[in-house]
Design a protein around this ligand. Structure first.
Ligand SMILES: NC(=O)c1ccc[n+]([C@@H]2O[C@H](COP(=O)([O-])OP(=O)(O)OC[C@H]3O[C@@H](n4cnc5c(N)ncnc54)[C@H](O)[C@@H]3O)[C@@H](O)[C@H]2O)c1
Length: 223
């Protein structure tokens, strides 16, 4: 098991917890991915599952968008996923027994319904959805047993929401109310879907989009 993250303390801590190996990676860096894959090949000898899960939010409306920040979020949320798919496929193709693997790209409900206060985030997550399908069909047509699917969580209680949750006392209730279940997801509820997509149980699932949003996108809000 390999953990890669830009935050060395956090990533190394998680790797220790699960008995894995840690590599520091900026997902927006082509050279970073090349070096990560070389490390995985040397240490593990194969790559079975790649979870492209790193992501950031921006919180700038279209009127406030700063170009450098736009480039940064595109780099992390979209270029990072593209590079992960590209480098991941190259290593999965070398797997003993032939090209095989599962790639999971984290998108969001923001791929379907835009966040007006964060058009850049919405644009990247929407793009990840079709990037995933293009990768899936390419691999299937090439005869690789490499699957690629997108995972679309709803509001989930993680660090990425901390600034928004801390902005005002009512924010937690507002995030909870986004789902008709009346609560945010726990991270393990999202991880369980990723685990299914990673597994051979999902052997006929590719190019698919998996919502795990507590029913958020299933009904008209407030009616
Ligand atoms: N939490 C939610 O409500 C929610 C909802 C929908 C989708 N998502 C998506 O889920 C994914 C995981 O986010 P999370 O909720 O666990 O938030 P998080 O902030 O806890 O985790 C994001 C991780 O990405 C890492 N990261 C950021 N920039 C990076 C870079 N350049 N290179 C490598 N790693 C980098 C961070 O260090 C962090 O560990 C993201 O893609 C996010 O957009 C989250």
């Amino acid at each position: 098991m390999v953990v890669a993250d830009i935050q060395a303390d956090l990533g190394a801590g998680l790797a220790r917890e699960i008995g894995g190996e840690f590599f520091q990676l900026d997902v927006a860096s082509d050279a970073g991915w090349t070096s990560l894959m070389a490390g995985v090949e040397a240490g593990q000898g194969r790559l079975d599952v790649l979870f492209n899960n790193a992501g950031i939010v921006l919180g700038q409306s279209i009127e406030d968008l700063n170009l450098a920040d736009w480039d940064r979020i595109i780099g992390v949320n979209l270029t990072g996923v593209m590079l992960g798919c590209q480098k991941g496929i190259a290593l999965m193709k070398k797997n003993p027994g032939g090209p095989k693997g599962s790639i999971i790209n984290t998108a969001s409900t923001a791929a379907y319904a835009a966040i007006p206060s964060d058009p850049a985030y919405s644009a990247t997550k929407s793009a990840v959805r079709l990037l995933t399908k293009a990768v899936a069909v390419h691999c299937a047509r090439a005869g690789y047993a490499i699957r690629c699917n997108s995972l679309h969580p709803g509001a989930t209680d993680t660090a990425i929401l901390a600034p928004a949750l801390g902005a005002a006392p009512h924010m937690r209730a507002a995030f909870d109310a986004m789902s008709p279940m009346g609560r945010m997801a726990r991270p393990d509820e999202i991880a369980a879907v990723a685990l299914f997509l990673a597994s051979d149980e999902a052997s006929y699932v590719t190019g698919a989009e998996y919502l795990a949003d507590g029913g958020m996108m299933a009904g008209h809000p407030g009616i």
